[in-house]
Design a protein around this ligand. Structure first.
Ligand code: BGC
Length: 355
């Protein structure tokens, strides 16, 4: 009897594994299944991305397995492996660390499951089929151009003082954001119109592991106490995103008494949008997560029905093994002047959420 049971059990396990293989997968209802792996619930944007993806995929008739990995790479790997064992037909992955998903990706490849890299490129793997994101370099240039305009760098004599805070070195996007911004403001640094008082201006020097608010805050506190405590004025803090901008804003509140600087960000997180309205952050690049979700749902449909997949960039995103065909959505900036139109009229936030 025991033996019979264990034979039956093994047959069931093998059957599950077999149905997990690519096209043969899906759910008992016959709907195709999409595994969506998000990095963390800690940051507002990933919650929104996850919720939008789930909503749109379900509306398009798919079954969805949505998981958040607590910013823990090993957890993300095992969640993806489970999605594969449970029979998903396509994987959509926003990687915690672009290069650390090796085993899970090998498994996806063996099972013939297409992988879409979501927002962050998956590095050093040929298992990734497509990439959907916002134009990451442009995010940086929009931030740089905002600074040029805010200080009227073309005409003003300056010199102005500036500091930089960039993102996580494990996230391929972080370099694009930083380089985009630096490519715009570098000319003014070279001319002497912008002065990096701390001297920290390489990506490595200004990066923020994990994109942590606390990490950005403690670096900002160090800079403020080392270089600005004598009353030196700070004109700009160019931050790559909102979680790091928040750290800088916290540090300024407690450690700086000069004229309040121009501060850039990205994501239009609620906390940062409130700070924008209150004059504590100048702008934030808005990446409408609904747009990205719709694009990815479209990609999923095109992949599963063997149609040509819409891409608009086949050159920029080399993951070390291949150039991944990409769809880049357009970012725009929001600030205290246009946030109502961009964030409220578009239904992204309600007025109450920003109170
Ligand atoms: C995303 C940003 C986000 C950052 C931190 C990046 O990969 O593109 O929108 O602010 O990660 O989560």
């Amino acid at each position: 009897m025991k033996k019979l049971l264990s034979v039956l059990l093994s047959v069931a396990v093998i059957a599950t594994l077999l149905t997990g293989c690519g096209g043969a997968g899906g759910s008992s209802s016959g709907a195709k299944k999409v595994g969506v792996s998000m990095p963390t619930k800690d940051l507002q944007r990933w919650n929104q991305d996850g919720a939008n993806m789930e909503k749109e995929l379900k509306a398009a008739g798919y079954e969805v397995d949505l998981q958040f990995a607590n910013n823990d790479v090993q957890q993300q790997v095992s969640q993806i492996e489970n999605m594969i064992s449970n029979g998903c037909n396509v994987l959509v992955i926003a990687a915690i660390e672009g290069s650390s998903l090796g085993e899970a990706l090998d498994m996806a490849k063996k099972a013939n499951i297409p992988v879409i890299a979501y927002d962050r490129l998956i590095m050093n793997s040929d298992a990734v089929s497509y990439y959907a994101t916002f134009d990451n370099y442009k995010v940086g240039t929009v931030q740089g151009e905002y600074v040029v305009k805010a200080l009227d760098l073309e005409n003003a004599a300056g010199p102005f003082n500036i500091e930089f805070t960039a993102g996580d070195p494990g996230d391929n996007n972080a370099g694009f954001f930083f380089n985009g911004a630096m490519d715009v403001v570098k000319k003014y640094i070279d001319e002497g119109k912008l002065n990096v008082v701390s001297g920290q201006k390489t990506f490595e020097e200004v990066a923020t592991p994990t994109w942590g608010t606390d990490v950005a805050q403690s670096r900002a506190e160090n800079i403020l106490s080392s270089y600005y405590a004598d009353g030196t004025n700070l004109d700009v803090w160019l931050c790559s995103n909102d979680s790091t901008a928040l750290g800088v804003e916290n540090a300024l509140a407690a450690n700086y008494k000069g004229t309040y600087p121009v501060i850039t960000g990205q994501d239009c997180d609620i906390e940062n949008t409130k700070n924008m309205i209150a004059g504590k952050q100048s702008m934030s690049v808005f990446k409408d997560t609904r747009t990205l979700a719709s694009q990815v749902v479209k990609m999923v449909g095109q992949i599963l029905s063997n149609q040509t997949v819409d891409v608009n960039d086949t050159q920029t995103y080399d993951n070390g093994v291949k150039v991944v065909p990409s769809f880049l959505c357009e970012p725009v900036f929001a600030d205290a002047n246009n946030y109502k139109q961009i964030l409220i009229d578009s239904g992204y936030y309600t007025e109450d959420q920003l109170k």
